[in-house]
Design a protein around this ligand. Structure first.
Ligand code: DOR
Length: 460
């Protein structure tokens, strides 16, 4: 109480610490999805900012300055990747993940900023809890850790949480993720509040009455397996309702981790009508179908569930045609013992931060749907806008790669082939459905505010 709003001071100070050596990134493929730049160039980073981009730069060191050169031939130099959807489990779920281990996992995946979901225990529904996560993120000093606040007290879906106070202290969006907002009247109030505090609402579209008892996609396979079915309708109905509610309000409404072809149709029509709505796709909904549940392996249990090949196609095509503009991992760690329970009682969720980039590339670039600049747009400038990071003092240019902008950068080897082994992850959890997959592309360095926070040994 009585504290000044801290928006703008939260971790952005890292960006201009001045302690790190300057960086000279020589000869990479520099991609800036916003301006359309895609050319081989050098990038000079000083004092936390991008000082110059060009060919044949020959930076002179200033007195007392140390300059680290990184050979970037064959690497993509991208704006730092931003994941708008992670679960770092602190407070209350430290056996699954902490902000420290989650942050380490993020930078190893190339993510220089993340947005934590508030479904912790207790949930993040007060200004103090928002500040706690931000402080832990600063202490970890790896990725930039932002957090969404819960929209309702205790995520109970009954009364409004103090959204204004949370926004003032730094909550970058609001959501009851893990659950949708069941009450239409409460949803209306949340949208009004989001509009007035200038934050997006991130909806986990799921009507609880239609999804009740569901543990996987409903259909013939669920019937054969004897598992509770969860219809696509549960997602579609809530999305449709919310867009109707928002029509006269005009808040930024964001549909998280879309799983169903029908939802894509609804989103496409709303965007065509000019509504302020965005949608998100997750690696698993771009690559896996309900067949992954056929062996009762709970690692394939996720909310919303994996659906059919037609749904996967629809999600991919929605990304390709610009209906879905944001990618988010929904990194949801759980302990091995929880995931060892039978399919019905194991928790929903899968981890994704350390393998997301090549999985997105597999689904979207290797398939010919997108090129790298378009893929990177969905992981940089678009999530930066969703979370309002680009409007925070000290973060000018986040999500972009431009002279004068904050030097949050990711170096990517687009050709590096490697095999996903969860045992090698920095995450505290291992519930990855892509175990053993051979993929192409890897984030080899993550630079935050001009500091190298992670570098693969081959970067030197
Ligand atoms: O599968 C999921 N796991 N979906 C969610 O929305 C929540 C998440 C979790 O927190 O484990």
């Amino acid at each position: 109480a009585g504290r000044q709003p801290r928006q703008g001071s939260d971790g952005e100070a890292d960006a201009v610490s001045g302690a790190a050596p300057s960086l000279f990134l020589r000869g990479g493929r520099v991609i800036d999805p916003l301006s359309g730049r895609d050319s081989v160039a050098d990038v000079l980073v000083r004092d936390g900012k991008v000082e110059a981009i060009g060919t044949g730069l020959a930076p002179k060191t200033k007195p007392g300055e140390s300059l680290r050169e990184i050979a970037c031939r064959g690497l993509i130099v991208s704006p730092g990747l931003i994941d708008p959807h992670v679960h770092f489990r602190e407070p209350g779920g430290e056996a699954k993940e902490t902000i420290q281990t989650g942050s380490a996992s993020a930078v190893r995946g190339g993510f220089t900023a993340v947005c934590c979901m508030p479904n912790t225990s207790p949930p993040l529904d007060t200004p103090q809890s928002i500040e706690f996560v931000r402080m832990r993120g600063r202490e970890a000093h790896l990725t930039r850790v932002y957090t969404a606040g819960a929209a309702t007290v205790g995520r109970a879906g009954e009364s409004l949480a103090p959204m204004g106070a949370m926004a003032r202290i730094g909550a970058c969006a609001f959501t009851d993720d893990g659950d949708g907002i069941a009450s239409a009247e409460l949803m209306r109030k949340i949208l009004l509040t989001c509009r007035s505090v200038d934050r997006a609402f991130l909806q986990h579209c799921q009507d609880p009455t239609l999804a009740a008892g569901g543990v996987m996609n409903s259909g013939a396979l669920a019937t054969r397996l004897g598992l509770g079915g969860w219809p696509a309708l549960a997602e579609e109905v809530m999305l449709e309702r919310d867009l109707r509610l928002n029509r006269s309000i005009g808040a930024h409404y964001h549909a998280q981790h879309l799983s169903a072809a029908g939802s894509v149709e609804i989103l496409r029509a709303a965007r065509a009508a000019g509504q302020p709505v965005t949608g998100e796709a997750s690696p698993h909904h771009l690559l896996l179908t309900e067949e992954a549940c056929a062996g009762y392996d709970s690692v394939a249990k996720v909310n919303p569930p994996l659906r059919t090949a037609a749904d996967v196609d629809a999600i991919r095509n929605a990304v390709a045609d610009g209906t879905i503009t944001i990618l988010g991992t929904d990194h949801a760690p759980h302990t091995p013992s929880e995931k060892a329970r039978d399919f019905t009682s194991a928790p929903f969720g899968m981890i994704g931060l350390e393998c997301a980039l090549p999985l997105y590339a597999k689904a979207l670039v290797e398939s010919g749907l997108l090129d790298w600049p378009r893929l990177l747009r969905l992981m940089t400038v678009e999530p930066a806008r969703l979370l309002g990071l680009d409007r925070r003092p000290g973060l000018e240019g986040i999500g972009e790669l431009r002279v004068g902008g904050v030097a949050d950068l990711t170096l990517i080897d687009p050709e590096l082939a490697w095999t996903i082994r969860a045992a090698d992850f920095a995450s505290r959890s291992r519930n990855c459905p892509f175990e053993g997959w051979t993929v192409r592309g890897k984030a080899v360095a993550a630079i935050v505010g001009g500091e190298v926070r992670h570098a693969d040994p081959r970067v030197g």
